[in-house]
Design a protein around this ligand. Structure first.
Ligand code: FES
Ligand SMILES: [Fe+2]
Length: 464
């Protein structure tokens, strides 16, 4: 791992106290170079954002046309399709695709429009394995290459030419073990679309991970509201006050890169107290972190005079995560086993880079309802050294009434996300009750939300 020597750029208008770069400068095992850079947000608009984008059907329809029918979006993980014929159904607004493994190579994947060409029935409603897709209504059947291979009472369809009845397809691309799809006829090349993401993740290859847990829940709010609650750390000292002794929430570094439209980043250090608290003894930081986070639990860690809690916590985490994965993580930096290193890819994928908190989020509209959404939380654990791994987790589906804590595979994360979900229910209602009719964003700590809306404005035709 490369040792960075570059001097960090300092941002005016940030919380006083040590920055992420100050903390990294004191780490025993320093982070890779890509984490030693800052991209302080360029000056962006301070204008309020209209509340109607979170509830109006008109906005939803603009987003369908401008975003969901145009942008690359993550459909599934490659390891969810290990055998030929394995498929998942990817629904986005009223669109539906069957994403299927069609051949021996893991990237032999097609995304077929999930609608029978006879009278429109959904061909699949569940993930599974199939050698052919047979419509349950009258039995029109397509093979894995999308070719029409059977028509019951074929004599009645002299006007149907099989070569013109292949299943329509969406475009498919791959990055980091994810399968992406694009519904446009002629999409922007995927390599251009992902901009700096592959370069940044060269140090954190997500293709070396597998889907160890997967939970989807219907959320009581617009998909953007849900997403925005997970791309800033400003809310943490209030909404998740129980973490303040060990999460450097207000120190978070926000990166919005010049000329980059689809990607941004934040880094929140752990093993340091929130600047919202004064005089937290280092032993207390460690005790609370051990209490809440499985990778740090076990025998109490003693903090001696002059010890950096991050060094002690990272040593423990490196061993535990490495043992769980069957992989040598002894060279991993303190940052990678401790911190929340969270990237964003427009419109809706939030992949984390480290091993300590190996999350990816995805946020989507729930069909065509602008006031509910589907949020997914995936845990991407490291594969073993030889690339082997347990089978990809199947998806636990939670209704709007259910709690994230009903999915025990999330460990302590369920409690935190329930705190967010309770707020999101109130935000959705509160925005409808608002007389102001708009939200006001912080310049620095909510700069990723501003950047997201700039890009959204571009895709719905409100900005260049
Ligand atoms: S609708 Fe599919 S076979 Fe009739
Ligand atoms: Fe939160």
């Amino acid at each position: 791992m490369e040792d960075a020597t570059e001097v960090a750029v300092t941002v005016a208008g940030r919380c006083p106290g040590p920055s992420v770069q100050d903390i990294y400068a004191a780490d025993a095992v320093p982070p890779p170079a890509v984490l030693r850079h800052e991209a302080p947000p360029r000056p962006m608009s301070d204008a309020d954002i209209g509340a109607e984008r979170y509830w109006s059907r008109d906005w939803h329809e603009r987003e369908v046309r401008g975003v969901w029918e145009r942008c690359w979006q993550m459909a599934c993980r490659i390891e969810q399709l290990p055998e030929v014929g394995d498929h998942v159904v990817y629904d986005i607004a009223h669109h539906s695709l069957i994403v299927v493994r069609t051949g021996p190579d893991p990237t032999d994947v097609a995304a077929y429009v999930n609608s029978c060409l006879h009278r429109g029935t959904l061909l699949r409603t569940e993930p599974g394995n199939a050698t052919r897709f047979r419509c349950p209504f009258h039995g029109f059947t397509w093979d894995l290459q999308g070719r029409l291979v059977a028509v019951p009472a074929e004599w009645d369809f002299p006007h149907v030419r099989p070569e013109e009845f292949c299943l329509p397809q969406a475009h498919v691309a791959f990055w980091g073990g994810f399968v992406f799809v694009n519904l446009a006829d002629d999409p922007e090349p995927f390599e251009d679309y992902v901009e700096i993401l592959p370069e940044h993740f060269a140090a954190f290859p997500l293709e070396d991970r597998y889907l160890a847990a997967h939970v989807a829940k219907v959320m009581p709010c617009n998909w953007k509201l849900a997403q925005e609650a997970f791309i800033e750390s400003y809310h943490i000292p209030v909404a998740h006050a129980q973490t303040a002794a060990y999460v450097g929430d207000l120190n978070t570094q926000y990166d919005v890169y010049p000329g980059v439209r689809h990607v941004n980043r934040m880094i929140t250090c752990e093993g340091v107290p929130s600047p919202s608290l004064r005089d937290v003894p280092p032993q207390e930081t460690v005790r609370r972190m051990q209490r809440d986070l499985p990778f740090h639990s076990g025998k109490p860690i003693e903090v001696g005079p002059g010890d950096n809690p991050r060094t002690l916590l990272a040593e423990r985490a490196r061993r535990k995560i490495g043992a769980a994965a069957g992989r040598d993580l002894s060279g991993a930096s303190d940052a990678e086993v401790l911190d929340a290193i969270e990237y964003f890819l427009f419109p809706n994928l939030v992949p984390w880079a480290g091993h300590g908190v190996p999350i990816a989020y995805r946020f989507r509209p729930n069909g065509d309802d602008p006031e509910t959404s589907i949020m997914e939380l995936m845990l991407l654990f490291a594969k073993a050294e030889d690339g082997s791994h347990p089978p990809a987790a199947s998806c636990t589906q939670l209704t709007v009434e259910q709690s994230w804590q009903e999915a025990p595979e999330l460990g302590g994360a369920g409690f935190i996300v329930d705190q967010d979900t309770d707020n999101l229910r109130r935000i959705q209602r509160g925005l409808r009750a608002s007389r102001k009719g708009a939200v006001t964003l912080a310049r620095y700590q909510e700069s990723r939300i501003r950047h997201f809306h700039e890009t959204l404005d571009h895709y719905v035709g409100l900005a260049d």
